[in-house]
Design a protein around this ligand. Structure first.
Ligand SMILES: Nc1ncnc2c1ncn2[C@@H]1O[C@H](COP(=O)(O)OP(=O)(O)OP(=O)(O)O)[C@@H](O)[C@H]1O
Ligand SMILES: [Mg+2]
Length: 117
């Protein structure tokens, strides 16, 4: 299993969710976060210490998927979240050791497959 962690533009969330739904991806968590990428933000100097101050509001999506779904899930996010401008975000693919569906006790691939499918 993999955990897809995507940091995207907040205004792209509804587009991304629609594309994920069409790609049969079910089960995800969305969080509002703050971050910065590679660009230089506001740099302020205080007593000789230079601090990068600027954080941007972004949206984080976490999706636990089977290995077979990882690539298509990442690509669906990239295709729907891209504007081509700096700040479009990142997709991280993390290994997952174990998944449990709490209600049924199912594990791993079964636990990330929608119930009743
Ligand atoms: N290496 C990283 N680790 C964790 N979060 C990151 C990382 N890089 C970017 N992010 C998150 O993604 C958001 C958007 O990053 P951003 O798209 O600006 O990355 P970038 O590397 O600067 O690429 P670009 O040149 O396209 O802007 C950041 O505000 C931060 O929340
Ligand atoms: Mg950037």
């Amino acid at each position: 299993m993999k955990m897809i962690v995507a940091i995207i533009r907040t205004e792209k969330l509804s587009d991304v969710l629609e594309v994920l739904y069409r790609a049969n991806v079910r089960g995800l968590t969305v969080t509002q976060v703050q971050g910065h990428g590679g660009e230089i933000g506001n740099v302020e100097t205080y007593r000789g210490v230079t601090v990068k101050m600027e954080l941007h509001e972004k949206t984080r999506i976490e999706i636990g998927v089977s290995d077979a779904f990882a690539e298509r899930t990442a690509r669906a996010i990239m295709d729907s979240a891209r504007t081509g401008e700096v700040g479009d975000g990142k997709v991280f693919v993390l290994p997952v050791d174990k998944v449990f569906r709490i209600r049924t006790g199912e594990t791993d691939e079964e636990a990330v497959t929608p119930p009743g499918t």
